[in-house]
Design a protein around this ligand. Structure first.
Ligand code: IMP
Length: 181
């Protein structure tokens, strides 16, 4: 079954725009982390599309890892504060510069938990590169070092972002049509 044509009330960013933005951010990351012990950590599942774009333009030596950080439960558009992290045990953190790649920073609670975890395990540094940022929703003092676009307090889907596990494979980011929530 195809997604309805009006699933997005507004397209915010096209694939071409996102790819250009990923290139721009990758160039800054290349300059900032050249010669450093960098591990780039993709958060599953939402960041995977953006992560793949970004990594094509990263041209410095780095490791890549994947973790799962979940805060949403079921068909809701609200964050549940109880963030769960998995797969972080399987790679070296100590003395590594960690760059977390996120699809979106909303309340900031996921990043806050991840920062706490990586710092507790003696990373050299930890920062975040996010495609989208919703600063008006922030509950903690997280400021993404690298941010694609700041957006209003709207629920967005596409390019990895889901609503109840659907719509991740739409090749642009847009605001979900409220009639489907
Ligand atoms: P935070 O912990 O509130 O910052 O939320 C981070 C996670 O919530 C993101 O990685 C997304 O998976 C999810 N999220 C937050 N806002 C949206 C949205 O507008 N659309 C889809 N997922 C979202």
């Amino acid at each position: 079954m195809k997604y309805p044509n009006d699933i997005m009330s507004k397209v915010l960013y096209t694939e071409d725009q996102i790819i250009l933005k990923a290139k721009e951010l990758a160039e800054r990351i290349n300059a900032d982390y050249d010669g450093k012990p960098l591990t780039i950590v993709c958060t599953l599942k939402g960041a995977t599309f953006f992560f793949a774009d970004l990594m094509k333009y990263i041209n410095i030596n780095c490791n890549i890892e994947f973790i799962k950080a979940s805060s949403y439960v079921g068909n809701t558009t609200m964050t549940i504060g109880n963030v769960q992290i998995s797969n972080v045990m399987n790679f070296v953190i100590e003395n590594r510069d960690i760059l977390i790649v996120e699809d979106i920073v909303d309340t900031g609670l996921t990043c806050d938990k991840l920062f706490e975890y990586f710092r507790k395990h003696n990373c050299a540094s930890v920062n975040v590169c996010t495609l989208l940022d919703k600063p008006s929703r922030r509950q903690v003092g997280i400021i993404p070092k690298y941010c694609g676009y700041e957006i209003e307090d709207e629920f967005v889907i596409g390019y990895g972002l889901d609503y109840n596990e659907s719509y991740r494979n739409i090749p642009c980011v847009g605001i979900i049509n409220k009639k489907y929530i």
